[in-house]
Design a protein around this ligand. Sequence first.
Ligand SMILES: C[S@@+](CC[C@H](N)C(=O)[O-])C[C@H]1O[C@@H](n2cnc3c(N)ncnc32)[C@H](O)[C@@H]1O
Length: 251
Amino acid sequence: MPDLDWNKSTWDGAYDWSGRGHEWSGPWGNSAGMFFTTIMPRIAAALPADSLLELAPGHGRCTAFLLRFCRRYHGVDLSQQCVDYCRLRFASRPDAAFHANDGLSLAAVAEERFDLVFSFDSLVHADLPVFEAYIPQVLALLKPGGVAFLHHSNLADFPAVTEFQHRSTNVSARLVAKLVARHGGRVLVQEVFNGGPAAAYDGFTLFGRGEDHPDVAPQVIFNPGLMGQEGELSRRAFGPYLGRLPPELTA
Ligand SMILES: C[S@@+](CC[C@H](N)C(=O)[O-])C[C@H]1O[C@@H](n2cnc3c(N)ncnc32)[C@H](O)[C@@H]1O
């Protein structure tokens, strides 16, 4: 299981960050393709955001794009070296703040309220206790009408799989949905998809405060072709155009 000690020792020590995370954008051709074909359509309704919180930004692979669509940004990561790197990388944005945490507490941003809380490709490595800690805090941090978009493991639905790319084996979309409901939130859209070779190793959960969405029935989507279809769209159709975006986006 990728517990907090594993995450801390990996991302704050053992991992070679010289690729800045762009090495994980391979299926899309580049990070712009990943952001605009897979992430953007799923969060576009919440953008532009007056205030945005990113959980676990790493070296800012998504942050570079998110900063184009928000006025005020906070990033919280358990790796001090990731926080230090992002502070330097985005120093020209005084409206962006980065905080190191213990992997569980969002106390650093407790005084803020957010239109969008976002996390991509990070909490797939987080075990259930991290979601038990983060979900009530995230719900309390949302502005009225705000939403959270979290990318997480779905491997708890595949008990025969004991290891796949260090994804958590005790988190699933179902368990995340239960936590959201237990803390008064409402799931708006859940999508399980093929983060790996099998049909549904990963999940995206979009949720808000229950009182803001009393009549919304959660949409649950099984999307086993996500990586293939969106990766191909990105690489073949948009790749040449997206590859011409300003270099600071993919630095
Ligand atoms: C695989 S990297 C992904 C970074 C970035 N989201 C990206 O897509 O390039 C995982 C990141 O998640 C952070 N992380 C893992 N567990 C965390 C937790 N419980 N709270 C905050 N950050 C966490 C790590 O420190 C690391 O920066």
